[in-house]
Design a protein around this ligand. Structure first.
Ligand code: ZN
Length: 234
């Protein structure tokens, strides 16, 4: 959902090579054992590690899955730090992250970038609770986005990717990007806002962090309906 800010090879030729490599990989793997994908590490973060600083009690709880591909520039500590910086941006909506699970996966190199068909395979072979944020090395999709959110409305041809976010290494203002993309998923909407300082502006900056009451209402209602958010008893 965000324009590319970094230089990447982006020729049509590159995409053709990627498509050819994908077809070759599919034909090889149809005849042989699929490559192993294993969970290297699992970390569980409890609500007590995610302090709530809202003036009123949280009304809705979010359980988040973070998937880190090993042998990419990402590491578990920096991903968790970004998640903790992201959490306060949902406080105005009454949404608290009540649990998070980080899984670090050892996977063959082709799974370390976001590429729709290969990433569908990864999501299918290693099912994780949703919403889930995947931290990958780069994207091979064109147009290339630093981060991409797939909700229900835009996952028709790729159902394995519903309710996921894919983030490439090197993404700036990471905590804001995570909140922006996660909000797309929770609202099941790719819509952007023109309001000043709004989190859902097309351009992600450290100043664009606000969510309006109407956005929060939509986020809560849609995410509850889709089983991504739980009303909390207060
Ligand atoms: Zn967006």
């Amino acid at each position: 959902m965000l324009p590319v800010r970094r230089s990447r090879p982006s020729s049509a030729l590159c995409a053709l090579f990627a498509a050819a490599a994908l077809l070759a990989a599919i034909s090889v793997h149809a005849q042989t054992e699929p490559p192993t994908i294993t969970t290297f590490e699992t970390r569980v973060i409890a609500a007590s590690d995610l302090p709530w600083n809202g003036a009123a009690p949280a009304t809705h709880g979010l359980r988040l899955t973070l998937v880190v591909l090993r042998e990419t520039p990402w590491d578990a500590d920096s991903v968790l730090a970004a998640m903790k910086r992201m959490a306060p941006l949902f406080v105005p909506c009454g949404v608290r992250i009540i649990a998070a699970e980080l899984r670090a996966l050892d996977a063959p190199p082709r799974f370390r970038d976001y590429a729709t068909q290969v990433s569908r395979e990864l999501a299918r072979r290693v099912p994780v609770p949703r919403p889930a944020i995947y931290f990958v090395a780069d994207t091979l999709n064109r147009p290339a986005f630093d981060a991409e959110a797939i909700g229900r409305a835009n996952s028709g041809q790729r159902p394995e990717l519903a309710d996921t976010v894919w983030v490439a290494a090197g993404t700036r203002d990471l905590h804001v990007v995570l909140a922006h993309e996660l909000a797309h998923v929770l609202m099941d909407s790719g819509a952007h806002s023109g309001e000043p300082a709004n989190l859902m502006r097309g351009e992600t900056t450290p100043e664009n962090t606000r969510l309006t009451a109407a956005q929060c209402a939509r986020l809560r209602a849609t995410a509850v309906r889709n089983g991504l958010l739980t009303p909390l008893a207060n």
